[in-house]
Structure formats: structure tokens, C-alpha cells
Ligand binder design. Structure first.
Ligand SMILES: [Zn+2]
Length: 1060
């Protein structure tokens, strides 16, 4: 069986649909309804000590090896009998040929047609009413004047008769914000609050059809649904049918928008929506995101693509809210930066005030609005901090109270274009008991009844869902309900994002971009495992469909494991989970859930791999315990096979490293041809070694490759060479007797290279100083440093959310000189430098393709002994980037950034999910990251990334603790320097001749037709096209730059053309 070819063709054909079709393919299995007692039991077995041990265990594994992601897909089992053929064009080569041996066949480079490169070259014409957030940032002064009762805003006034013609419509939207983990774990919140909220909801909404409620976290809703009887389920369905209960957004959680990768964002949305469709037949229309700490256009795009028409956001910088309120542009169509039309537009409402609680939602004055939060009635557990309590509404006070509230509604409506006002009514975990429902709903109903029965007030007030609000808004502004009907829309278009969020003063929420980096790293690892397992599972099902089902393939069991994994990944995307802003024990709970679902994934991978490689599971299923996961600790008694799985849609050549018990290893292709391998020491402590074998595996897209290993002497296996350096100190190396180890006494230059790059490293600090691109032979100054940030001495200090540094960073200067270890070998070379707080590795792979073109950087960070410190890696280059740099949003798109001196230092940090880069006219320097972290470019040519934070105090955002549960964390990066393609330029000189047609043209005429002086250029043949003076010295301002050129008779025109 030609396994790899089959997979290449097969994989490519179905790749586009395979991931998400998983849901459809398995819909009929109805697995949602099947409970898994074993896994539930495991999740419930929550003794903290055991859990902490598990986390610590994973931490140790992580810290030891930064190659886990690459290795994690390996499956180790005996495949000797099952592998008959290999696709491998892999040929054994003579070692004497040096590095070229590692590139035994040239990869097939596919040239990109120039049409495919036009995306980044095109310029976007902005509509006249389009708001670009970068321009808003340029324009605003970010001062913070006292705005009066609306502290961050301004005084709002109105005329009494403003609503005479068109009454004010007030939609009060009851909501309860249920965090799936924050101060309590998901299960504890459910037990103590959420289940009571939902139980009371069924009773209390049925009491009065005018009552409404919205719900958004399906993780909680589905748990509750599984615990209620059929009568209650029917009652819920009735509430939905009657429009009293709306499922808003319908995601598994309300995800963070800064640190999340778009795969996980889609995953959690899909999981929630599929649950809703299967169990309630509901299709959400409106997204509700009141608590994520800053908002990303990626999320807006995903909502739009998921079929939602409207969305609401809340946590936006107070200066931006104020600016938009002044302009009445708090409602807008959010459009993606790249969209030249309007296909990505989604109608978005930005809440204008400080918070989503009742004091900040009825109008501008929190002292007044708090009096309309009837949970705060005297005698209750909470009160109003403004010290004026609410009053129960009676016939005596209803007039006065209604006027007071209406005044707030009217003022709020003055910030918007329409005469419809939205007033959310809720807070965190609200409506837990029956009394609270009665307090809120009865008192408000009395106020509404009064307002609505007094026509002179010109107001119509009611409870509504969030979609009710948008429905009325669309109606009064003449828009259709689903689409946008832009022709009559009064709303502007906005592009850009809402990072970095500040809620007051200089309190920028850029700390959470890095808080708890261990878990941010773990999230991305598990996301990649899940994705890999899901693809493999889908391929296996397709394979079974094509070739018949083996007798005992556990399709249902595997699907259950994947569902459980997907839901736990979804849970971790919550805005207090991946953000690192939960209590210590909540963080441990998330970690435990991750481990609980991580462990079964290799079983899925193993089953699928077995089916796909050997076509049957009969003889292999019992070997599942041999699957090594997540580390490839490989005991080598005799002959073994290694299956390498490539879960991406591109062919890959990657270095695979496996622990071995002997340096005498042969690595062979499945056909038995030897492969070049490198034996490296694995340094338990930085100078003590055991062994590891590394080789380059070539794997087709979505394919599997099999390599065999056996013990024995092999010419193609080479031991790495080592050199140790320590300025002014002695190094003793133990446990590496079989390796050639040099310990020079005097300073020697330190340099490593591969076919693409050469790195020059300081022989005293062990840090990168210069990078040479072999492509053009040019050397570039690229220096790596480490720096510390402390926290301010002011009252408010850095915590899990906030970054409040004590000024510019201070250089990390280790108390003793670092030990520098240089490794050289045929597969990879590296420099590892060990400081007190960081083990820093720069590695170059001797490999063609992307893996060889970048420097792999791994920083294993340990700041557990520090007090209020944050550690960052700073890269300083000679790139003239000025104040511009770029960070990605959710691994999906790139957002330009500008570092602004008018903003405090902490405001200039942005989330970096997968990359950040700097560029000038000649080069681009990209830092790719394997985990989400906060990044900035504080000076031209500089890029820095915060790697861990240890903070001894709370930052007053409700968490009630500092961040002191730091773990040893391996941060993994790649540093890529790319010279810009110098586009080829040509001069086009056109001359239109002047003809006299008054003479006979017989025998002497033209051999082709004329075009009346018109020339059309084909867009594909050039990038830019500029009219210039005859000798190319002056640019012409008059001639339009379009594709059709028109010349007058006798005219000579010149154009400067950049060829594509
Ligand atoms: Zn929340």
C-alpha cells in the first residue's frame, strides 16, 4: 500500500472540510447524550494534592524539553510486520559530503503565482465615514479630565421635547454573568450559584410573560440541562419559543480575545452552537461579550461567519468610549482591515460606561443607577458604594423614581444615534434566589407601567432580550433584520481592534497578556494535540468508509474522548482561564482538566494510526500502552519503529528527537535505507548528560512516515561535539564520556551555522550579537538581552490583570558568569547559556525549508525566588522600524501597531498570539511564538516580550490575590530575518506617432491596427505603475495611475514599472 501517496492525495482533497465536518459526520452518533462515567469520575476525583502533583509532574516534563510539540505526534510501537512499502525517496548518502547529506532530495518548491501575492500589495480605499482605530489613537490626547458624575465622560443634557415626535424606546435586558471558573472552580460555581439561577429562571420567567432573560455560557447550560427532568426541559423550550429566554452568542464560554488562538475560538463556538442546535433547536443571532479584557476583530469576523447579525462589546479604553460617545459612534459596523467591500460587516454596540453592572448601565450617573439595582435594597448582602440605597417602588414613590430613572435613560440615549436605548440589568452570578428575581422584576415592572401609562413622558419601556434591542434598533433605523442594508444605515464603519484596554487612569490591562505563561503554553500544546487527533480521526473514519470497518475499531469511544477534550479546551478559552486571572486553585483545576483529557488523546491517535498504517487493529490494540506521551522517553532494548504524523496541510521536513539508552543507534527508513542521525547529550543538569537521537523526518501533508531504529554501529549516526565556556571559571562535565568535549581555557569566538544562517554569539554572555544571512552574505546586528521590570511604588501595583511598571526595564545582569555550552552536529547546532533565572538556547537546524531559515529560541524561565519582578527578552536590531511594529490577533490576522510616547509604557504592550514583527524598506524581523505573551517595540528596531511575572499583590480587579504560583516555564520562539525582495524595475517609454492619412497607404501602410493612442497594461505583469518624466527624474502628479494609458499624437510618455 502506498501509504503516503494515498494520504497526500486523499488528505489534500478533504483537508478543507475535514476538521469541522467531524461534527456532521458524527452527528448521528448522538454522543452528547451518552455520559461517560469513567471520565466524570476522574474529573470529580479532585484532591488538591494529587492534582498539584500532576501539574508539577507536567511542569517537570515541560521544562526539560522544548521540543514537545514537534515530538508529541510521534507514536512508538512495533510496526515491523505491517509496513510493506514506504513512499520514501529518502536515500542514504555518504557522510563525507557533509551537511548536504541532510538534504537528500530537494524539496519541491511551488512557485507562488504573482496574483496570490497581491493581497499585501493592494491599497485600501477607506469610505468617507470609515473609522480606523489607528487614526483614532493618533488623534486622541488620552488625557483623563474629571467628567463629573460620569467621571470618564462629560455632562449630558437634553431638551424635554426631544421625544415628542418619536418616543424613547427603552429595552432593559436582564443578564447574569457566569464565569466558568474565576474565584471558584467551574463545578463549585455551578453547585453554589449557576444551577440555582437557571432553576429559578424557569419558575420566575413563567410567572410573567413580560419577563425576559439572556444566557450565554453553554458550558454551564449544558451541565444544568443534563441534570434537569423532562418537564423542566419542556418549560425551557417554551420560554425560548415565547422569546422570553434568549441564548446569546451560544459559545461554550465567553472567551478571552487576546491570548486565544482562532482554532480554539472556533472550536468553542462550534461546540456551543452544535449543542444548542441538537438540544434546543436554537440559532443565536446576537453575540454578548461584556467581560473580555479588550476586543479583537477576529472574534467579530468569527461571529459574522457563524451567521450572527449583531454583537455587543464592553471593555474598551475609557478615552475611546468617550470619543465615540461624543461622535455618537458607539454603534458601528465592524469591518475587517482587509475587507474592501462590506462582506465582513457586523453591527456592533459598544457599551459607553465603566462596567456592565447596574450602576454603570442605566445611564451616566452610577449614584442614581445603583438605586435601581434592587438586589442592593437595604437589608441585603450588597449595598451601593455611593451610599444612597434603592427604594422599593410603591404607589407613593413611583412617580419620582420613574422620572429619576427616565432621566438616566434619556441621557444615555443622547450618546447614540437612534431613539432606542439599551439598559442591561445584571451583574456577576445574579438572580441566584427567588427573592432577587422578584425584587428586580417587580420593581422594574412598576416603573415601566408608570412610564408607559404616562404618554406625556414619550417613553416605551420594557424588558427585552439583546436581540429584541437590535430588532427594534434595525427597525427604527430602516435596516433589514439579518443583513445590514447599508444604503439606509446611519452607522459608520469601523476597522481595527480594541487593545490595550484601560478601565481607569493609567491602569492598562497588559499584564494578563503574560500572566501564568505555563498555562498559556500548555493551552497551545493541547490545542495542537486535539487538532491533530481530530484530523487523524476524521481520516480514519473516511478510510473505514472506503475500505470497510475492522471488527473492533472503537469509533464511539474515540469520539467521546475527542468531545471531552474539545469541551475542556473550550472551557480554558474563558476570559479568566487562559488569561491567568483565576484563583490559584481554579488554575490548578483547569490544569487538572487538561491533563484528564490530554491523557486519552494518544489512545485516539494510536487507534487511528494503527488503522491507517496496518489497515487493522486486531493485533495492535493491546499495544496501546506503548504510546509514549507527551514525552518520547524511548527505552531501546532492540528494534523499534517510529511513526511520525504530520497534521498540517504542507509537506514537512522536521527534526525528530527521541531519548535513547545507547548512542549506538541506526535510524532507517521503512525500506531499510540508513538516515543520518545525530546523537546528543541530554543534560539533566547543564553539565551532566544522558543521550538523545535526532534525525530529519520527511512527512507528506496530513501523512504518516515510518522510521525504524535499532541498536548497532552505524556510519550515518554521528555524535555531537561540545564546547563549554565560562568566563574566569572552571567547568566540570560529567556523564558525557562518549562525546568529544572541549573546555578551552582562553576566550574563543562562538558561532554556529546551517546552510541558511550563521550566528555570532558573545563568548562571555552567550547571547546573540550578529546574524549572517548566507543568501546574500550580509551581516545584521541582532542582539538578544534579558531585562527586568519592577512594579511601581504607587498604591496601585501590578497584578494578574494590570501591568504597572516602575519605569523602564533594567538590564538583567547575572551575579555570576553564565556557563555557555556549544553543540555542533550534522542535524542541528546550538548554543545554550545558563543564567540564574533563564536557560537560553539558540538552535539552528541543518534542514531545507522554513525550519532551517529561522533561529529556534527556547527560554526556560524560573523566577520563583523573586519579589514583584517581571522578566522580558529584548531583541535589538538595526532595523529602522521607527515607532511601527506588527502583532498578530489570535493567530488569524496581523494588526499594525504604533508605539506612542503620549501613552504610558504599559499601554504600548500588545497581545502576541503567534507573532510580532518589525520591518523597514529592506528587511523584516519576525519573532514567532509558540505561546501567547505580551509584546512591545518601545524603541526603533527593538522587540520585546514579557516571559513571566511574579507579583506579590492583588491589583483590585476582584481576584483578591497576587500571582505567586509561578512554574518553571519553557517559552519557545523562532526568530526569522527576511530580506525584502528587491522588486525589478523597468522604464516603459511609449511614443504615439502622428499620422497623415491624406496619402495612399497601399504597399507602405501599417502591418497592425492602431489603438487611437490607448494602451492597456495587464495588472498581473506589474506591481506598481507610476508616470514619471522622460528620464525618470520627476514623478508626475497629473496623470492618473490606472491601467489604461492614453497618448496624444506625437506624445512620448514614460512610466516607472515594478515588475511582479
Ligand atoms: Zn467574567
Amino acid at each position: 500500500m502506498k501509504i503516503s501517496r494515498q494520504f497526500t492525495v486523499f488528505g489534500s482533497a478533504i483537508f478543507c472540510v475535514v476538521v469541522f465536518s467531524l461534527y456532521l459526520m458524527l452527528d448521528h452518533l448522538q454522543l452528547d447524550r451518552i455520559k461517560n462515567p469513567i471520565n466524570e469520575e476522574r474529573l470529580q476525583n479532585g484532591q488538591l494534592v494529587i492534582l498539584q502533583d500532576k501539574i508539577d509532574h507536567l511542569e517537570r516534563l515541560l521544562a526539560e524539553n522544548n521540543k514537545i510539540i514537534a515530538n508529541i505526534r510521534d507514536s512508538v510501537t512495533n510496526l515491523r510486520k505491517s509496513v510493506n512499502n514506504d513512499k520514501g525517496p529518502l536515500e542514504a548518502k555518504n557522510l563525507s559530503q557533509g551537511l548536504v547529506d541532510l538534504l537528500p532530495f530537494a524539496p519541491i518548491w511551488v512557485l507562488i503565482p504573482s496574483e496570490d501575492c497581491q493581497f499585501s500589495a493592494q491599497t485600501y480605499s477607506k469610505a468617507a465615514d470609515e473609522v480606523q482605530m489607528l487614526d483614532v489613537y493618533d488623534m486622541l490626547s488620552f488625557d483623563n479630565p474629571d467628567g463629573g458624575v460620569w467621571k470618564q465622560g462629560f455632562d449630558i443634557s437634553y431638551e424635554e421635547n426631544e421625544w415628542d415626535q418619536e418616543p424613547l424606546q427603552v429595552v432593559v435586558v436582564p443578564h447574569s454573568h457566569n464565569d466558568p471558573g474565576w474565584l471558584k472552580t467551574f463545578d463549585d460555581y455551578y453547585r453554589d450559584q449557576t444551577q440555582h439561577i437557571l432553576n429559578n429562571m424557569v419558575v420566575k420567567l413563567h410567572e410573567d410573560e413580560r419577563r425576559k432573560m439572556i444566557w450565554s455560557e453553554i458550558s454551564y447550560f449544558s451541565k444544568w440541562w443534563n441534570n434537569i427532568d423532562i418537564q423542566k426541559k419542556d418549560a425551557v423550550k417554551k420560554l425560548i419559543e415565547r422569546g422570553q429566554l434568549e441564548m446569546a452568542t451560544g459559545g461554550w464560554v465567553m472567551p478571552d480575545e487576546a491570548n486565544t488562538h482562532y482554532f480554539a475560538l472556533i472550536d468553542q463556538l462550534l461546540e456551543g452552537h452544535q449543542w444548542l442546535e441538537r438540544n434546543l433547536g436554537v440559532k443565536p443571532k446576537t453575540a454578548w461579550a461584556v467581560d473580555p479584557f479588550g476586543h479583537s476583530p477576529t472574534q467579530a469576523y468569527l461571529f459574522k461567519q457563524a451567521g450572527l447579525s449583531n454583537m455587543l462589546i464592553q471593555r474598551v479604553h475609557y478615552s475611546i468610549k468617550k470619543h465615540f460617545a461624543t461622535q455618537k459612534t458607539l454603534e458601528f459596523f465592524w469591518r475587517q482591515n482587509w475587507d474592501q467591500e462590506s462582506s465582513t460587516d457586523i453591527l456592533c454596540h459598544m457599551m459607553p460606561f465603566y462596567s456592565y453592572d447596574v450602576p454603570h448601565t442605566c445611564g451616566p450617573d452610577p449614584k442614581i443607577c445603583c438605586q435601581f439595582d434592587f438586589k442592593r435594597l437595604p437589608g441585603g448582602r450588597i449595598s451601593c458604594p455611593w451610599r444612597i440605597p434603592p427604594q422599593v417602588i410603591t404607589s407613593d414613590n413611583v412617580q419620582q423614581r420613574a422620572h429619576m430613572l427616565l432621566d438616566q435613560y434619556r441621557k444615555k440615549s443622547k450618546l447614540f444615534m437612534s431613539k432606542v436605548v439599551l439598559a442591561p440589568l445584571g451583574d456577576d452570578f445574579r438572580y441566584t434566589d427567588a427573592q432577587e428575581w422578584d425584587q428586580q422584576f417587580n420593581n422594574y415592572q412598576k416603573l415601566f407601567d408608570y412610564m408607559n401609562s404616562h404618554p406625556e413622558l414619550n417613553v416605551q419601556a420594557q424588558f427585552g432580550t439583546i436581540s429584541d434591542y437590535f430588532e427594534i434598533l434595525r427597525k427604527v433605523t430602516g435596516m433589514d433584520q439579518a443583513g445590514m442594508n447599508k444604503g439606509v444605515s446611519p452607522f459608520p464603519v469601523l476597522s481595527g481592534d480594541f487593545f490595550t484596554y484601560a478601565d481607569r487612569d493609567d491602569h492598562y490591562w497588559s499584564g494578563y497578556f503574560t500572566s501564568r505563561p505555563f498555562y498559556k503554553r500548555m493551552d497551545r500544546m493541547l490545542e495542537s494535540h486535539l487538532r491533530a487527533a481530530e484530523i487523524l480521526y476524521s481520516l480514519t473514519l473516511a478510510n473505514i468508509k472506503m475500505f470497510g470497518k475492522p471488527s473492533n475499531y472503537p469509533a464511539v469511544e474515540n469520539y467521546k474522548l475527542l468531545t471531552e477534550a474539545r469541551r475542556n479546551l473550550g472551557l480554558f478559552q474563558h476570559h479568566d482561564a487562559i488569561t491567568g486571572t483565576g484563583k490559584d486553585w481554579v488554575v490548578v483545576d483547569y490544569g487538572t482538566r487538561y491533563i484528564a483529557f490530554l491523557l486519552p488523546l494518544p489512545v485516539v491517535v494510536h487507534c487511528c494510526r494503527t488503522i491507517l498504517v496496518s489497515g487493522d487493529i486486531e493485533n495492535e490494540w493491546q499495544l496501546r500502552f506503548l504510546v509514549s506521551f507527551p514525552m518520547n522517553v524511548f527505552i531501546m532494548p532492540s528494534f523499534r519503529s517510529v511513526v511520525v504524523y504530520n497534521p498540517i496541510e504542507q509537506a514537512r521536513s522536521s527534526v525528530i528527537s527521541i531519548y535513547v539508552t545507547t548512542p549506538h543507534i541506526r535510524v532507517l527508513t521503512a525500506q531499510g535505507r540508513p538516515v543520518i542521525a545525530q546523537i546528543t547529550a541530554v543534560w539533566e543538569h547543564f553539565t551532566q548528560a544522558s543521550t538523545e537521537v535526532s534525525f530529519v523526518a520527511h512527512v507528506p501533508p496530513l501523512g504518516l512516515a515510518v522510521y525504524q531504529m535499532s541498536e548497532g554501529v552505524e556510519l550515518h549516526t554521528e555524535l555531537a561535539h561540545y564546547m563549554f565556556l565560562k568566563k574566569g571559571g572552571h567547568v566540570s562535565v560529567t556523564g558525557a564520556e562518549q562525546f568529544r568535549v572541549a573546555i578551552p581555557q582562553e576566550t574563543v569566538p562562538v558561532s554556529v551555522e546551517n546552510p541558511h544562517l550563521q550566528l555570532f554569539v558573545s563568548s562571555t554572555t552567550g547571547l546573540l550579537e550578529t546574524l549572517k544571512l548566507k543568501e546574500n552574505g550580509l551581516k545584521h546586528s541582532i542582539k538578544v538581552d534579558f531585562v527586568w521590570y519592577g512594579t511601581t511604588s504607587n498604591k496601585d501595583k501590578s497584578g494578574a490583570y494590570l501591568f504597572l511598571p516602575d519605569g523602564e526595564a533594567k538590564k538583567y545582569s547575572p551575579s555570576r558568569p553564565p556557563v555557555i555550552r556549544v553543540t555542533k552536529g550534522p542535524v542541528f547546532s546550538e548554543v545554550t547559556t545558563t543564567f540564574t533565572h533563564i536557560t537560553h538556547t539558540l538552535r539552528l537546524y541543518n534542514i531545507q525549508g522554513v525550519d532551517g531559515q529561522a533561529v529556534e529560541i527556547c527560554n526556560t524561565v524560573d523566577i520563583r525566588g523573586e519579589f514583584n519582578q517581571e522578566i522580558a527578552m529584548r531583541i535589538t536590531s538595526d532595523i529602522n522600524s521607527m515607532n511601527r511594529f506588527f502583532t498578530d490577533l489570535n493567530g488569524f490576522q496581523v494588526q499594525p501597531r504604533r508605539t506612542m510616547s503620549k501613552l504610558p509604557l504599559q499601554a504600548n504592550f500588545y497581545p502576541m498570539t503567534s507573532m510580532a514583527y518589525l520591518e523597514d524598506s529592506n528587511r523584516r524581523l519576525t519573532l514567532l511564538t509558540a505561546q501567547s505573551l505580551g509584546a512591545a517595540s518601545l524603541k526603533s528596531g527593538q522587540l520585546e516580550v514579557i516571559m513571566d511575572r511574579r507579583l506579590n499583590q492583588d491589583d483590585n480587579r476582584g481576584l483578591g490575590q497576587g500571582v505567586l504560583d509561578n512554574k518553571i516555564t519553557a517559552n519557545s520562539f523562532r526568530l526569522l530575518l527576511e530580506p525584502r525582495n528587491s522588486a525589478q524595475e523597468a522604464a516603459l517609454i511609449l511614443h504615439r506617432k502622428g499620422f497623415d492619412c491624406g496619402f495612399s497607404s497601399r504597399n507602405t501602410g501599417l502591418l497592425c491596427s492602431t489603438t487611437r493612442g490607448k494602451v492597456i497594461l495587464f495588472r498581473q505583469s506589474y506591481n506598481t505603475f507610476t508616470p514619471v518624466s522622460l528620464s525618470l527624474m520627476y514623478e508626475s502628479s497629473s496623470t492618473p495611475k490606472h491601467q489604461e494609458i492614453s497618448l496624444k499624437p506625437m506624445e512620448i510618455c514614460t512610466y516607472r514599472i515594478q515588475l511582479g
